[in-house]
Write a protein that binds this ligand. Structure first.
Ligand code: PLP
Length: 423
C-alpha cells in the first residue's frame, strides 16, 4: 500500500517553523532567503532577487562583502570578546578611525541601534544636569511626531505610533513630542530651560522616507546651539553614505562644530550587516559625563565588532559608496518619476541618495479585490526584487550602495513591469 506522505517545499517548512516557534512580532514577506552576495539574495530554491531593503539599510556594503568575511574569519580565530574589564588591541584603533572619519572627539561603542539611542539619551540627561544646570529629575528631550528610534520601553515612550506603544505602558517620562520639519514648533519648545536635547532623524525612514525641507536640519542645529540644547542626529538608517553623504545631517565638508550635530548615533551599516555594532559620537565635553560604572555593555567595543566596523568604513571610502549613492539615487528617482507620470495610483517618489520611497494609492480593483502596496511587493518578489511597505502604502527602496548603474536600470525595469501588472 502506498505510503501517504505530505511533501512540503523547503520554503513552506521554514515559514511553518517560524510561525510555530517564533514570536509573531514581524509580518515577513513570504520569501525564505538562504544566501546573499552584493546586491543579490537567493531563496532556498535558488531564485535570485535584487535586495531593495538591505536589512533596513544595514547592508550598505553589499551582502557578504569578501573583505568583511575575511576580517571576520581572521578575528574569530584570534579573539572575539574581552569585555571592557580589560583593554583590547583593536578597540582604540577603531575609536580613532570613527572619530577621525566623522569629526568627533570621542565615541562610545554599543551593539544595536536601540542601545545607542538609549546611550545618547542618558548622555544628554546627565549633560543637562551637570553642564546646563537643569534641576535634578527635570531634564526633557524633544522628539518628533512620527519618529522611529527603536523598541525599548524608554524609546517607545517617545513614539507616536500606536502599534509601537499600545499595551506597553507605563512609559518613561521626560520627552516632549513636537511636529517634524517644523522650525517654529522647535523654537517654541526650546524656550523650556529644562530641555537638554533634541533627538531627530534627518529623514524619517520608518515613517515612510519623509524628507524635511532642505534648511530644516541646519536651522534646527543652530536653534539648539543658541539655547544650549544638544542636537542629536539619529543617523542609524541615514548614515554611512546611504543618502549620498557620510552623514545625512551635515555635508561631508562641513568642519565648523557650530554647524554640526552635537552628537551622532550610528548602527546598522557600521558593520555592513555582519554583526551588531553601534556607536554614539560626541565632543569631549559631552561624552565626559560618562565615568566608570555609569554605562556599559558586555559586548560593546568587542574586538570582533571593532575590526569588522573598521573594515566596513574602509570599504565605504575605498569603493566610493557615498558618490555612488548620490549619483545612482538621482537616476533611480528619475526612473520612478516616469511611473509617477504614467500611473495615477503612483502618487509620488521621494528620498535622498539610495534611501527612497514610492507612494502607492491603495484602491479597489474593478473586480473588487483590494490592491495595496503589500500586493505590489508580492509582484515585485515574483519578478525578482525584494522590498517592503513601510507605513501603509509607502514602499521603501534602499538597495546596497555597491549597486551599479546597469543594476539600477534592471531593477527599475522590474519595478516598472510590476507596476504595469498591478495597474
Ligand atoms: C532611525 C532608527 N533609529 C533606531 C533604530 C533601531 O535600531 P535597532 O533595530 O538596531 O535597535 C532604527 C532601526 O530601524 C532606525 O531606523
Amino acid at each position: 500500500m502506498p505510503q501517504l506522505t505530505r511533501t512540503f517545499s523547503k520554503s513552506q517548512r521554514a515559514i511553518d517553523l517560524e510561525e510555530r516557534y517564533g514570536a509573531h512580532n514581524y509580518h515577513p514577506l513570504p520569501v525564505v532567503l538562504d544566501s546573499g552576495k552584493g546586491v543579490f539574495v537567493w531563496d532556498v530554491d535558488g531564485k535570485r532577487y535584487f535586495d531593495f531593503l538591505s536589512a533596513y539599510s544595514a547592508v550598505n556594503q553589499g551582502h557578504c562583502h569578501p573583505r568583511l568575511v575575511k576580517v571576520m574569519q581572521q578575528q574569530a580565530e584570534r579573539m572575539t570578546l574581552t569585555s571592557r574589564a580589560f583593554y583590547n588591541s583593536v578597540l582604540g584603533e577603531y575609536e580613532k578611525t570613527v572619530c577621525e572619519l566623522f569629526g568627533y572627539d570621542k565615541m562610545l561603542p554599543m551593539n544595536t541601534g536601540a542601545e545607542a539611542v538609549e546611550t545618547a539619551i542618558k548622555m544628554a540627561r546627565k549633560w543637562g544636569y551637570e553642564k546646563k544646570g537643569i534641576p535634578a529629575g527635570q531634564a526633557k528631550v524633544l522628539v518628533c511626531e512620527g519618529n522611529f528610534h527603536g523598541r525599548t520601553i524608554t524609546i517607545v515612550s517617545m513614539s507616536t505610533d500606536p502599534d509601537s506603544q499600545g499595551g506597553f505602558g507605563p512609559f518613561t517620562p521626560g520627552f516632549e513630542v513636537i511636529p517634524y520639519d517644523d522650525l517654529p514648533a522647535l523654537e517654541k519648545a526650546l524656550d523650556d530651560p529644562n530641555v537638554c536635547a533634541f533627538l531627530v532623524e534627518p529623514i524619517q525612514g520608518e515613517k515612510g522616507v519623509y524628507v524635511p525641507a532642505d534648511d530644516y536640519i541646519p536651522k534646527a542645529i543652530s536653534a539648539c546651539k543658541a539655547r544650549k540644547v544638544l542636537f542629536i542626529a539619529d543617523e542609524i538608517q541615514t548614515g554611512i553614505a546611504r543618502t549620498g553623504r557620510l552623514l545625512c545631517s551635515v555635508p561631508d565638508e562641513e568642519k565648523d562644530a557650530a554647524r554640526r550635530p552635537d552628537a551622532v548615533i550610528l548602527a546598522k551599516a557600521l558593520s555592513g550587516g555582519m554583526y551588531p555594532v553601534s556607536a554614539v559620537l560626541a565632543s569631549d565635553e559631552v561624552m565626559g559625563v560618562f565615568t566608570p560604572g555609569t554605562h556599559g555593555s558586555t559586548y560593546g567595543g568587542n574586538p570582533m565588532g571593532a575590526r569588522i566596523a573598521m573594515e566596513a568604513l574602509a570599504i565605504v571610502q575605498d569603493e566610493a559608496l557615498t558618490p555612488n549613492a548620490d549619483r545612482l539615487g538621482k537616476l533611480f528617482r528619475a526612473e520612478m518619476q516616469k511611473l509617477v507620470d504614467a500611473y495615477p495610483f503612483v502618487k509620488g517618489v521621494r528620498g535622498k541618495g539610495l534611501l527612497n520611497a514610492l507612494v502607492i494609492e491603495s484602491r479597489t480593483a474593478i473586480e473588487g479585490s483590494p490592491k495595496t502596496a503589500w500586493e505590489l511587493c508580492l509582484l515585485l518578489r515574483d519578478n525578482g526584487l525584494l522590498a517592503k511597505p513601510t507605513h501603509g502604502d509607502i514602499i521603501r527602496f534602499a538597495p546596497p550602495l555597491v549597486i551599479t548603474e546597469a543594476q539600477v536600470m534592471e531593477a527599475g525595469n522590474i519595478i516598472a513591469l510590476s507596476v504595469r501588472q498591478f495597474a
